[in-house]
Design a protein around this ligand. Structure first.
Ligand SMILES: *[C@@H]1O[C@H](CO)[C@@H](O)[C@H](O)[C@H]1NC(C)=O
Ligand SMILES: *[C@@H]1O[C@H](CO)[C@@H](O)[C@H](O)[C@H]1NC(C)=O
Ligand SMILES: *[C@@H]1O[C@H](CO)[C@@H](O)[C@H](O)[C@H]1NC(C)=O
Length: 293
């Protein structure tokens, strides 16, 4: 009796210890096991996921078809009852609208602008709705006008393009009122976020890369460069530049991989020659607490 009592005692002790160690090593130890924020929203996310998958699976293997029709599926699925608890705000500037969900709690945010384009109308509207201590970081290779506008937000301005790698690139940039092709200095996005911005939890990043966005797609994948560098992105706005055939294939692969990864949901498509999309992270504890629950 006593021996089995002792055995039981040590068995329980070992299991407790093991659970404790597992808990310590888990990536999100602040939240209790089995009751995570991500779990709480998983059935809502699944409903969205099934809706979009059902609508666009007919375009799997058909990049042209997906480019032309994805917006229909997104519009269909963003209004299902499971998505009605989201409050996606509109922040227009002079030629487009950025989307953002403001936190329910009084927490500061980190907002990144890649490509300022002589216009901080959206940032100016957003900053009014964010708590004191929120930070803006903007990069654009053309410092005229952009530096002045972004610094006034107030935000921190960086005079270069941001992309998948460091180097020189031909980019379409805004000079006065027209877009011209110019050789610009490009900084690797990981170096930019970790060494210059020095933030790894990004509330929203606005990507207007005039083509550089294609090289960033795989960064968002599960196990991609953001994961490898412990960078979390809760929301992002992305403009996908009018694609050629190869770029349509890259875009097709991007969308189907996002569906496979089950991390982001996609909303607010604007389809023209370019496409704009808004994405929200359903798979990170802190993002879900801050923006979805
Ligand atoms: C996808 O949604 C659009 C818009 O609601 C609809 O017109 C289309 O028939 C749907 N396609 C499929 C395959 O469900
Ligand atoms: C989850 O879905 C339910 C409807 O099934 C809805 O009432 C609720 O608001 C949704 N939650 C969020 C965060 O959207
Ligand atoms: C832009 O406009 C300014 C002021 O009108 C002018 O001096 C400058 O030459 C223009 N730059 C280009 C590249 O057109």
């Amino acid at each position: 009796m006593r021996r089995s009592g002792a055995t039981t005692f040590f068995a329980v002790l070992s299991v407790t210890l093991l659970l404790y160690i597992t808990f310590l090593n888990s990536p999100t130890p602040r939240f209790s096991l089995g009751n995570s924020a991500v779990d709480k929203v998983s059935s809502n996310y699944s409903a969205w996921h099934e809706c979009l998958k059902k609508n666009i699976s007919t375009y799997e293997g058909n990049p042209d078809g997906l480019w032309g029709n994805l917006w229909r599926g997104i519009k269909l699925c963003e209004v299902i009852p499971e998505m009605k608890g989201l409050f996606i705000g509109d922040y227009p500037n002079s030629d487009e609208t950025k989307r953002h969900i403001v936190p329910k709690m009084d927490l500061p945010s980190v907002i990144i602008t890649l490509g300022i384009g002589h216009d901080t109308g959206a940032e100016q509207k957003l900053i009014k709705g964010l708590t004191h201590g929120s930070e803006f970081f903007g990069a654009d290779p053309m410092h005229e006008i952009n530096e002045d506008l972004y610094t006034k937000l107030p935000g921190k301005y960086f005079p270069f393009a941001v992309g998948e790698a460091a180097g020189l690139a031909d980019a379409s940039v805004l000079i006065n009122t027209t877009y011209v092709t110019k050789t610009v200095v490009t900084v690797d996005i990981i170096y930019f976020l970790k060494q210059l911005v020095k933030r790894s939890f990004i509330d929203d990043i606005w990507i207007d890369g005039e083509g550089a966005e294609y090289g960033l797609f795989d960064h968002f994948f599960n196990g991609g460069r953001f994961d490898q560098n412990d960078i979390t992105i809760c929301q992002f706005n992305i403009e996908i530049h009018g694609p050629d055939m190869l770029q349509k294939k890259l875009f097709h692969d991007f969308i189907f991989r996002l569906l496979k990864d089950k991390r982001y949901a996609i909303y607010r498509p604007v389809q023209g020659h370019h496409m704009r999309l808004f994405m929200l992270n359903f798979a990170n504890e802190e993002c879900v607490y801050k923006y979805i629950l």
